[in-house]
Design a protein around this ligand. Structure first.
Ligand code: ATR
Length: 276
């Protein structure tokens, strides 16, 4: 299906630094085309010092929506007219919607963690080990804690883990304590260890994994990381990072357009863009 662009098309942008690698325009444009919606998305390279002007520009140009990526997810919050309570609790915005000049910030990253997990298992009463303490970890911590799981954060820097743990009563452990991981039902990797080009690396060894665990990788390039390969080898249930990217995008599409997202079309383009 061809995307039809006219002077009446609603414009959405992904803003970030860097931004040129982003798969969001390909995914959203495929979805607009599938739904025959008068929307178009492209990218804008916005540096930290240009964010305030970018938001003024959004107002002046009547840009309909933003997808927000690093390093703007926290700084953008104070520039908006409203922030959704969930985004405020997580402390980050990855989606902005312009409703007749009123800019509201949302967070859909946590749904990128929740949806793939709830398709496989219930989180209620589960023990979750969260590897990492950055932005993705905060979204995962919110998703798991609000669904009744208990969360333990394993991170290289304990002070960073402690600063996010207190809000949700999570425990904090050094990342190197991998022998403790066998006690967990679900392990979610939000560290950048294993990301291209360092594709042979894994944040934890295979000996920490077992077949009754669910291993959720949030890295999507490569689509099969060393951690996922090791998890498959021991027979664990695996969730690939492209699912998180897809599900945050599905929810984002719905906020931008107001209609249900064509999930299958979106998954197809994400998988083919990642060479799967
Ligand atoms: P994001 O917002 O995408 O989650 P981030 O904020 O840069 O990314 O967080 C990256 C995470 O990967 C952090 O938890 C970081 O650990 P520190 O808090 O100790 O910095 C973790 N990380 C990055 N490189 C790492 C490495 N070589 N070994 C262990 N952890 C690493």
């Amino acid at each position: 299906m061809q995307l039809e662009i006219s002077a009446r098309s609603s414009l959405c942008l992904i803003i970030g630094d860097p931004v040129s690698h982003s798969l969001s325009p390909a995914m959203h444009n495929a979805a607009y085309a599938a739904g025959r919606l008068p929307f178009v998305m492209t990218g804008a390279h916005v540096r930290a010092e240009g964010l305030t002007d970018a938001i003024k520009g959004m107002r002046a140009l009547g840009i309909r929506g933003l997808a927000v990526t690093m390093p703007h997810k926290v700084a953008i919050m104070e520039l908006l007219d409203a922030v959704d309570p969930v985004a405020a609790t997580i402390g980050a915005v990855n989606t902005v919607v312009n409703e007749n000049g009123k800019l509201t910030g949302y967070n859909t990253d946590w749904l990128g963690i929740l949806r793939p997990l709830e398709r496989r298992t219930s989180l209620k009463g589960k023990r979750v080990a969260l590897l990492g303490a950055g932005g993705a970890a905060q979204a995962a911590l919110y998703a798991c804690s609000t669904q009744g799981a208990s969360v333990a954060i394993f991170n290289r820097s304990l002070d960073k883990a402690e600063s996010i743990a207190t809000r949700f009563d999570a425990s904090v452990h050094p990342l190197e304590n991998t022998e403790e991981l066998s006690a967990f039902d679900i392990i979610i990797n939000t560290t950048s260890v294993g990301m291209a080009p360092d594709i042979d690396a894994s944040p934890i060894p295979q000996s920490a994994l077992s077949r009754n665990q669910t291993i959720f990788e949030t890295i999507y390039a490569p689509i099969t990381t060393t951690l996922l390969t090791m998890s498959e080898r021991v027979g664990a249930t695996t969730i690939s990072g492209h699912e998180m990217f897809l599900e945050q995008g599905v929810a984002q599409f719905q906020l931008h357009t107001g209609v249900k997202a064509p999930r299958e079309e979106m998954e197809k383009i994400v998988r083919s863009s990642l060479g799967a």
